[in-house]
Design a protein. Structure first.
Length: 65
């Protein structure tokens, strides 16, 4: 299970017991969207090869409200 914690500057990630951070600029470069328009599903796809995506994708802009 991958845990994501979003804030204004990026995402704290726990993946397979390893904690790391994805900075906002890195996410925007990888997905080619402004950070508030990126979805949690898109971030998971950066981290995992074949993530199990459940539920509706949520925009970072909506998560941070």
């Amino acid at each position: 299970m991958t845990a994501l914690s979003f804030d204004e500057d990026g995402v704290d990630v726990v993946y397979q017991g390893t904690d790391f951070r994805l900075e906002k600029a890195l996410i925007e470069d990888a997905i080619q969207k402004e950070y508030p328009d990126v979805t949690d599903h898109e971030v998971l796809q950066i981290i995992e090869d074949d993530p199990s995506l459940s539920g509706e994708p949520r925009r970072v802009g909506d998560i941070l409200k």
